[in-house]
Write a protein that binds this ligand. Structure first.
Ligand SMILES: [Zn+2]
Length: 454
């Protein structure tokens, strides 16, 4: 090394070599004096870092030989191995060592590569094994001819391998684990209670693994809850079997206020003060007239609750709504089911058409009261007109709120427009970019034919 330095650097003197360092302010070259001892040290440490095989190959040696120590090569040769040929009786072994596959560049991990989870091997089943310290969970495997369990730790998302191994002396006792919300809870066939096999009395759909605070509260509450008796009465009154709970969901619509549905609610609960319940008390509007029990709408029949849905005048009141529904593509008949509960051929009216049905009831009842209280006449067209006017103002209010949103948040996305349109469907065909509504043709015709200006 010293000899090499002496030859390479003719001006090496006093055990030092001069190497170029930098230029000073005047552009003159500056040199550093490096002790030869330091260069030799650096050369030795480079040799250690580079490794013998690299140095061997760098000096033009045999490619394979440099990879193994002389002692190893000698031992292999004693056993009949020949360098450059495969191992084995028929030299069938591989010659090149397996290539390491991995990232060698400094690019971000995963760059340019898409890993498809679904394309990977199927996920291994988590097994449970009972030990003296309780049940252990993990993936079964083999190490040195022994069955082992590679333990997992559930972190709330996945069952990560911990790398810890437990020897399984009795592999027969290792059985599939039962997972509950992703984490193992026990050995599947020995866990009690089994979350999927248990449910609450009367709530067969909610198995233990699906129970949460909401369902548990509902189950707890149900013991003290009674279905309103009107549900059964409606079933028998209409002689129809249908999902009665849906009559309540019609009342919970965006923009539907108690002002709109509280009158209909009285009708649904079958708690209206019909004339047969007045028990001979005189009418406030006409105290001198003999108390009448005849229908205040049609005057052709005794007024009792069951008469209302059959009354000819009520039928006439609901006729324009049935026509509108048919024009909007909802096949329906103006029958008792339709008038009473908004059932169009067994299906409940949808969206704003359903709202209009409820609002129409609001005005039916307002006008019924007005007959008795103020001595007015019940005119189906007036009732229909009042309902249409109210529905129109509700749709206008919806458009107003939508336009306010647009002012606040800027142009709407298509999905926002779709969602707003769905809320006012089917009377309104769609919302436009500027927050205005395009009424459906039948609804536009209805508004046009009724003179709503007064
Ligand atoms: Zn009547």
């Amino acid at each position: 090394m010293r000899l090499f330095i002496r030859n390479a650097f003719p001006d090496s003197s006093g055990g030092k070599v001069a190497v170029y360092s930098h230029r000073d302010l005047f552009g003159r070259k500056k040199f550093d004096q490096i002790p030869v001892g330091r260069l030799i040290n650096q050369w030795h440490s480079f040799q250690c870092d580079a490794g013998k095989p690299a140095l061997h190959q760098a000096s033009g040696g045999d490619l394979l030989k440099g990879n193994y120590s002389d002692a190893a090569v000698h031992m292999m040769e004693l056993m009949g191995a020949q360098l450059g040929k495969g191992l084995g009786k028929n030299l069938q072994g591989i010659v090149e060592p397996p290539a390491a596959v991995g990232q060698t560049s400094k690019a971000g991990l995963g760059k340019g590569k898409t890993v498809h989870r679904a394309a990977g091997p199927p996920q291994q089943q988590i097994m449970g094994y009972e030990t003296e310290d309780g049940v252990k969970f993990g993936y079964s495997g083999e190490r040195n001819g022994q069955i082992v369990l590679e333990l997992t730790a559930f972190d709330g998302i996945s069952n990560a391998r911990t790398g810890e191994l437990t020897i399984v002396p009795d592999p027969e006792e290792m059985r599939p684990a039962l997972l509950w919300r992703g984490g193992p809870v026990g050995i599947a066939d020995a866990t009690f209670p089994h979350p999927k096999g248990w449910c609450f009395d009367g709530f067969e759909k909610v198995t233990l693994d699906k129970a949460n605070v909401r369902t548990l509260t509902a189950i707890y509450r149900s013991a003290a809850t009674k279905r309103p008796p009107c549900e059964q009465k409606w079933r028998s009154a209409l002689d129809l079997d249908f999902d009665i709970s849906r009559i309540w969901s019609r009342l919970c619509r965006p923009g539907m206020t108690p002002r709109d549905f509280k009158n209909y609610y009285r009708y649904l609960m079958r708690s209206m003060l019909t004339r047969n319940l007045r028990q001979g008390r005189p009418l406030p509007a006409n105290p001198l007239a003999p108390p009448s029990t005849m229908c205040r709408m049609c005057a052709n029949s005794h007024e009792r609750f069951s008469h209302i849905q059959m009354c000819d005048t009520i039928e006439a009141t609901f006729q324009p709504l049935a026509a509108l529904a048919n024009a909007l593509g909802t096949r329906c008949e103006n029958d008792q089911q339709f008038r009473a509960l908004g059932l169009a051929c067994g299906e409940f009216l949808q969206g704003t058409l359903s709202d209009l049905h409820i609002i129409l009831w609001k005005f039916v009842i307002i006008h019924m009261v007005a007959v008795d209280e103020e001595g007015q006449r019940f005119v189906p067209r007036d009732v229909w007109k009042a309902a249409v006017r109210r529905q129109r103002s509700r749709l206008d209010a919806h458009a107003g709120r939508t336009q306010l949103k647009l002012i606040r948040t800027g142009p709407a996305t298509q999905s926002q427009l779709d969602s707003w349109s769905a809320q006012v469907h089917p009377l309104v065909a769609c919302y436009n970019d500027d927050g205005s509504q395009t009424a459906s043709d039948p609804w536009a015709r209805t508004l046009h034919t009724l003179d709503l200006t007064d």
